[in-house]
Structure formats: structure tokens, C-alpha cells
Design a protein around this ligand. Structure first.
Ligand code: SF4
Length: 193
């Protein structure tokens, strides 16, 4: 009697190897199993957000077309038609489904107040107001119009920006424009090719 998932996988694997040794070709069976998993799903082509290689992925969701049903991601795999990766994904990209379906995923902005030992959720409007307030205050306090040689530099040394690997090329372009317009010179992004 099989009592655990591990035992089930062990028996299935041994069975599969035995069937292969007996001359059965299991490739169509595995293909059929995969087909069953995604048969009712909708395909959405997207781009892996993890690094600047930008591999193409297909995201499979069910429930998109039914009323009052939240679409649910059921499978993510490499896009075989994509010119960069031709269906392949590195281990990080292959775990994308866990990135989407993760109870630890943050869905709201958070802040840790001075002196506090924990992060708290705040509303998006509050986050935007507070960022605007602190950017203005910091820039005014650290803006340098002229350097030691009396040359005009107009730079802000009190703010730094670093972009994450999930930022798109377009987002990084806009960030570059916004930061340079503020005079920020400590600026780095992971712009996509
Ligand atoms: S699958 Fe891997 S190599 Fe491709 S974009 Fe994602 S992280 Fe980069």
C-alpha cells in the first residue's frame, strides 16, 4: 500500500523504467499527461522577469473565461517559439510558477519607521506621498550646484537608486530620466537588452 507521495513517485519511476526496459516507448504517455494538465488552460506569452537574458515563457491559466472566477496559474514553461531561449529555461526561470503562487509574496507597500523593529503595510497613496516628501527633503538638503573648483555640477549626492531584476527596459528608461532630472548620480539598473 502506498502511503506517501514519495513512495508513489518511487513506484511510478520504477514502473516507468520497467516499461521502458520491456520495449514500451513512454514518450507519448508523458506527452499525454502534460497535455491533460494544460488542456483547458489559456496560454499567455510573457517574459521571465529574473534576469536580462529575457527568456520567453508561456503562462497557463484556467478560469479566465468563466464568470466570477479568478484566473489561476497552473503551469509555466519556456516558449519554444521564442528566439532567445527556444523553449528552454534555467532553474530559476523554471521555478516561475512558485514566484506567482507564493503566500509570502508582498502585495502592498511596506515601511519600517525609524526606531521600529518591524515592517508595516501602508496604502499605495500613502507610500507615494511619503516617497515624494522624502525625495524633496533629501534633495534640497544634499544638492550641490558647484564643486570645489567652482564648476557647475548640479548633482544630488544624498539619493541613490538601484533597479531590481524584474524591472522592464521601459521602466529603467523612465527611472534613468527621472533620476537624472533630479541630479542623482548614484544610479544603477539592470536594463534589458
Ligand atoms: S529563464 Fe533564467 S536565463 Fe532566462 S531570463 Fe529567466 S533567469 Fe534569466
Amino acid at each position: 500500500m502506498i502511503t506517501t507521495r514519495r513512495e508513489f513517485l518511487k513506484v511510478s519511476t520504477v514502473g516507468g523504467i520497467a516499461a521502458s526496459l520491456l520495449g514500451f516507448d513512454l514518450t507519448p504517455v508523458y506527452a499525454q499527461l502534460r497535455q491533460l494538465k494544460i488542456s483547458r488552460a489559456s496560454e499567455t506569452r510573457s517574459t521571465c522577469p529574473y534576469c536580462s537574458v529575457s527568456c520567453g515563457v508561456i503562462i497557463y491559466t484556467i478560469g479566465d473565461k468563466a464568470k466570477n472566477v479568478t484566473p489561476q496559474v497552473v503551469h509555466v514553461e519556456g516558449d519554444p517559439d521564442h528566439p532567445i531561449n527556444r523553449g528552454t529555461l534555467c532553474p530559476k526561470g523554471a521555478s516561475l510558477e512558485q514566484d506567482i503562487l507564493n503566500e509570502r509574496r508582498l502585495l502592498k507597500p511596506q515601511v519600517r519607521r525609524p526606531g521600529s523593529d518591524h515592517w508595516e503595510d501602508i496604502a499605495w497613496d500613502t507610500a507615494i506621498d511619503e516617497i515624494g516628501h522624502w525625495v524633496k527633503k533629501t534633495r534640497e538638503a544634499s544638492f550641490i550646484e558647484r564643486d570645489a573648483k567652482n564648476q557647475t555640477v548640479n548633482r544630488c549626492e544624498g539619493i541613490a537608486w538601484i533597479g531590481g531584476c524584474t524591472d522592464t527596459n521601459e521602466f529603467n528608461y523612465l527611472v534613468g530620466k527621472a533620476m537624472r532630472s533630479l541630479g542623482v548620480c548614484y544610479l544603477e539598473t539592470q536594463a534589458r537588452v
